[in-house]
Design a binder for this molecule. Structure first.
Ligand SMILES: CC(C)(COP(=O)(O)OP(=O)(O)OC[C@H]1O[C@@H](n2cnc3c(N)ncnc32)[C@H](O)[C@@H]1OP(=O)(O)O)[C@@H](O)C(=O)NCCC(=O)NCCS
Length: 136
């Protein structure tokens, strides 16, 4: 298994995986999210690929101040085997390699499993409230 920038021929598989793992919401367009991240200078979509098959994804980027991770997903039949940990290490390397000193992410309040996973990896609650507004 190799972790690298997601090849274009697996873009559709990534969107499918995001649906399968419950990461999509009706108000988001995951294919457009993927395209923007792939095209951006300060973002990327990483994929773990095993024998041509997509095993995991993570969208990573930075805003000049902090690194961010979105769409971390491991294929259901490959979960619990250390792949999520490897994907987060790849995201951390990507961010640290751009001399950004901190990485952070948002976890939906009802995703207690993911919160347990991140805690295990040393991530702590930043005790901030995230405010958002749709811009059209
Ligand atoms: C969350 C997710 C990415 C974790 O990936 P994974 O490959 O199953 O996790 P790993 O096997 O790499 O686990 C890494 C460590 O976290 C621990 N861990 C995993 N889930 C945990 C949980 N719910 N509570 C506590 N620890 C947990 C593992 O035991 C392992 O510990 P170890 O390395 O010290 O032995 C994966 O389950 C997933 O894709 N979930 C659905 C999508 C999702 O919710 N993504 C996150 C969006 S914010």
């Amino acid at each position: 298994m190799k972790i690298d920038v997601l090849p274009e021929n697996l873009h559709d598989a990534a969107v499918k995986l995001w649906h399968e793992t419950g990461l999509t919401r009706p108000w988001n367009d995951p294919a457009a999210d993927l395209r923007r991240a792939v095209e951006g200078d300060d973002s990327a979509v990483l994929g773990a690929v095993d024998d041509g098959t997509l095993v995991a994804t993570a969208m990573v980027g930075h805003d000049g101040h902090r690194g961010w991770v979105y769409y971390l997903a491991v294929a259901p039949d490959r979960q619990g085997a250390g792949v999520g940990r490897l994907m987060m290490a790849a995201c951390e390397d990507w961010v640290a390699g751009r001399r950004i000193p901190k990485i952070q992410l948002m976890v939906r309040a009802d995703n207690t499993a993911a919160a347990g996973f991140y805690e295990r990896l040393g991530y702590t609650d930043a005790e901030v409230v995230v405010l958002g507004k749709r811009l059209g």
